[in-house]
Design a protein around this ligand. Structure first.
Ligand SMILES: *[C@@H]1O[C@H](CO)[C@@H](O)[C@H](O)[C@H]1NC(C)=O
Ligand SMILES: *[C@@H]1O[C@H](CO)[C@@H](O)[C@H](O)[C@H]1NC(C)=O
Ligand SMILES: *[C@@H]1O[C@H](CO)[C@@H](O)[C@H](O)[C@H]1NC(C)=O
Ligand SMILES: *[C@@H]1O[C@H](CO)[C@@H](O)[C@H](O)[C@H]1NC(C)=O
Length: 512
C-alpha cells in the first residue's frame, strides 16, 4: 500500500514520459569506468605510488596527474600505463558488472587517446589507450553492456586543478578556438570509429565535455562549441551514410573518403569549421586504418552536461540538438553546497529533488545522472547508506536513469574506507546497493521526507524542509557559491562543487 502511495506522490512530479533514446536502454543502470583511461590518483593511492607517482596537497606541484607522470617518465610511461589499463578494468570486472545487472557504462576518455592531437613539445600523455579501449568495448559488448564515450579530459585542460582533467593547472586553456577545434577533430574521429570500427559496436552516445567550468563567463565560446559538436557528429555520420532528418542522404561516392566528399557536401551542418574539422580528421582516421561506411546505420546520441550545470547565463545545449540528444547532471552531496551535513537534511533534499523537472522545463530532457555516489560529509551508519542509496536511485530514475561513480576504487590500507562510499561493486557487496539495480531495499524510503507541493506556502514547512527546498530550488546558485577558485585538494576530483572539499573530504582521501 505504501508503495502505491509513494509511487503516486513521485509520479506527480514526473515530467512527460519518454521512451528509450537511440541505442540507450529504456532505463540506464550504469557505472563509470573512472580511473581507467583517465587516471585519477586519489582513487588508487597505493597503485599510483607503486607506479612511480606522488601525492601532494596541490596537485600541480608533484607527479599527481597523467601529464606530470608522462613528463617525468618519458621512456616507461606507455608500458606502465598499459599495465594499469590491463589490470584496472578487465574481464573480471566486466563479469562482475554483468552479474550485477549493469546495462550501461560511461567511459571517461582523454583527448590524447587520439594520439595525433597531442602536441608532444608541450603536452605529455601515455600512448596506446585506443587498443585498450577497443579491447574493453568488445568485452562489454559480449556482456550486453552499451557505452557512452565521455570526453572527460579535453585539449588545453578544461577544469581548474583537477586530476580528472589530465593536468593540474590553474589556467585552463580549453575554452579557445584552437582547443575547441582539436576537441571537434576528436569528436569526428570517435564518431567514425563508433560507426565503422566493429570493436565500437556497442557505443551508443558521445558526451561533448565533462564538467565544464560552472561560471559561464569563464567559458567563452562554449555555446558555439556545443552547436559545432552536434554538427560534427551529424556531418560525419552523413558522410558515412547515416542520414539526419532534414538533410537528404548523400551518395557516398568515395566509400567514406572525407577528402573527396567534403567539397561536394552541402547543407547548413557543413559550416566552414565543420568542413575543416572533417578534413583534419580524415588523415588521422586513415592512419588508424578506419575507413569505410557506417555499419551501424543508427545515429549516435549526442550528450552534454545539462544547462543548469552552469550559471551566469549559460548556453542551453538543447539549442544545439539535431537528432537524438541526452543530458547529464552530476550530483555529489559530499562536496557541500547542496544540503546541510546531516542525514535528515540529505534525505529531505534528495527526496524532493527537482532537477529532472527543472531541466525538462528548459528542453534538457531526457536527463540522466551521469555521476553520483554514496559519499557524505559526516560519519555514517550502514543503515543510512542503505537509505541514501535507495533514495538517490529512486529520484534519479525519475529521469533516464543513473551512472554511479565509480565501478570500483582501490582497496588497500592506504585507501582506507574509500571503497565503502565510492565503489559500486563494494556497495553491492555491503548491501547498500541492491544486486538487481532496478530494485530497492526499501521502495518507500522517501515517503517520510516528501514535502507536499501545496505546503510550499511556508506555514507548514519545517526547518529541515525549508533548507532542503531552498537548496534545490536554487541549485544553480548553490553550486555557484561552491565553485572552486583555488581548490588545492587532490581528492577533489569528480565533484561539481569543489570549494568546500578541503573541509569535507572523504576520510580515505584525506589520508591519501
Ligand atoms: C584482472 O586484473 C586483476 C588485477 O587487478 C587480476 O587479478 C585478474 O586476474 C585480471 N583478470 C583477468 C581475467 O585477466
Ligand atoms: C600543465 O600543468 C602545469 C602545472 O600546473 C602547467 O605548468 C602547464 O602549463 C600545464 N600544461 C598544459 C598544456 O595544460
Ligand atoms: C580520397 O580522395 C582524394 C581526393 O579524391 C584522393 O586523392 C585520395 O587518394 C582518396 N583517399 C583514399 C584513401 O581513397
Ligand atoms: C568521524 O569519526 C572519526 C573517528 O571517530 C573522527 O576522528 C572524525 O572527526 C569524525 N568525522 C566527522 C566529520 O564527524
Amino acid at each position: 500500500m505504501r508503495a502505491t502511495t509513494v509511487f503516486s506522490l513521485l509520479s506527480f512530479f514526473l515530467p512527460t514520459a519518454f521512451g528509450s533514446l537511440g541505442g540507450l536502454p529504456n532505463k540506464i543502470y550504469g557505472v563509470n569506468l573512472g580511473s581507467w583511461l583517465v587516471l585519477e590518483a586519489w582513487m588508487l593511492p597505493q597503485e599510483w605510488l607503486d607506479m612511480g607517482g606522488q601525492s601532494c596537497s596541490d596537485c600541480s606541484t608533484c607527479i599527481a596527474t597523467e601529464f606530470a607522470f608522462a613528463k617525468a617518465y618519458p621512456d616507461t610511461v606507455d608500458q606502465i600505463f598499459d599495465e594499469h589499463w590491463s589490470t584496472w578494468f578487465n574481464q573480471t570486472d566486466v563479469d562482475a558488472l554483468a552479474a550485477n545487472g549493469i546495462n550501461t557504462v560511461r567511459i571517461p576518455l582523454g583527448y590524447w587517446i587520439v594520439e595525433a592531437l597531442v602536441d608532444r613539445s608541450t603536452e605529455f600523455y601515455p600512448r596506446g589507450g585506443l587498443a585498450q579501449l577497443r579491447r574493453g568495448l568488445q568485452q562489454l559488448n559480449k556482456a550486453g553492456i552499451v557505452a557512452i564515450l565521455d570526453h572527460h579530459a579535453l585539449p588545453g585542460v578544461a577544469a581548474v586543478n583537477q586530476q580528472f582533467s589530465g593536468n593540474c593547472t590553474s589556467t585552463p586553456m580549453f575554452y579557445t578556438d584552437y582547443n575547441y577545434h582539436r576537441a571537434l577533430i576528436w569528436t569526428s574521429v570517435m564518431t567514425t570509429l563508433s560507426h565503422v570500427d566493429p570493436t565500437f559496436a556497442n557505443v551508443v552516445a558521445i558526451e561533448a565535455v565533462n564538467e565544464p567550468i560552472m561560471d559561464a563567463t569563464q567559458t567563452p565560446g562554449y555555446g558555439d562549441f556545443q552547436k559545432n559538436f552536434v554538427k560534427v557528429v551529424r556531418a560525419t555520420e552523413f558522410l558515412l551514410g547515416v542520414p539526419t532528418a532534414g538533410y537528404n542522404a548523400m551518395p557516398a561516392p568515395a566509400n567514406g573518403n572525407f577528402t573527396a566528399m567534403v567539397p561536394q557536401a552541402s547543407g547548413d551542418i557543413f559550416t566552414e569549421e565543420v568542413r575543416s574539422v572533417l578534413l583534419d580528421a580524415f588523415p588521422i582516421l586513415l592512419q588508424l586504418g578506419v575507413f569505410g561506411l557506417s555499419k551501424k546505420k543508427t545515429q549516435l546520441v549526442t550528450n552534454f552536461m545539462d544547462v543548469n550545470w552552469q550559471y551566469n547565463n549559460p548556453a542551453n545545449p538543447a539549442d544545439a540538438a539535431i537528432g537524438p540528444q541526452g543530458y547529464d547532471n552530476h550530483l555529489y552531496y559530499v562536496f557541500g553546497g547542496v544540503a546541510n551535513a546531516d542525514p535528515v537534511s540529505y534525505m529531505t533534499s534528495i527526496c524532493n529533488l527537482e532537477r529532472v523537472q527543472n531541466d525538462a522545463a528548459l528542453g534538457d530532457s531526457p536527463l540522466w545522472f551521469g555521476e553520483w555516489g554514496l559519499p557524505v560529509q559526516f560519519n555514517t551508519t550502514d543503515a543510512f547508506l542503505t537509505q541514501w542509496a535507495d533514495a538517490q536511485k529512486l529520484m534519479y530514475s525519475q529521469g533516464a536513469g543513473w551512472i554511479f561513480w565509480n565501478f570500483k576504487v582501490e582497496k588497500s590500507e592506504l585507501a582506507g574506507d574509500l571503497a565503502r562510499e565510492w565503489s559500486y561493486l563494494e556497495g553491492v557487496e555491503l548491501g547498500y546497493l541492491t544486486k538487481d539495480p532496478s530494485k530497492y531495499n526499501d521502495p518507500n524510503v522517501c515517503v517520510p521526507y516528501i514535502i507536499q507541493p501545496s505546503s510550499s506556502a511556508s506555514a507548514s514547512a519545517s526547518p529541515t524542509s525549508t533548507s532542503a527546498s531552498a537548496s534545490e530550488t536554487t541549485s544553480a546558485s548553490a553550486s555557484a557559491s561552491a565553485q572552486p577558485t583555488t581548490s588545492a585538494s587532490v581528492s577533489a576530483s569528480e565533484q561539481a562543487t569543489v570549494s568546500e572539499s578541503t573541509s569535507t573530504q572523504p576520510s580515505a582521501s584525506a589520508s591519501a
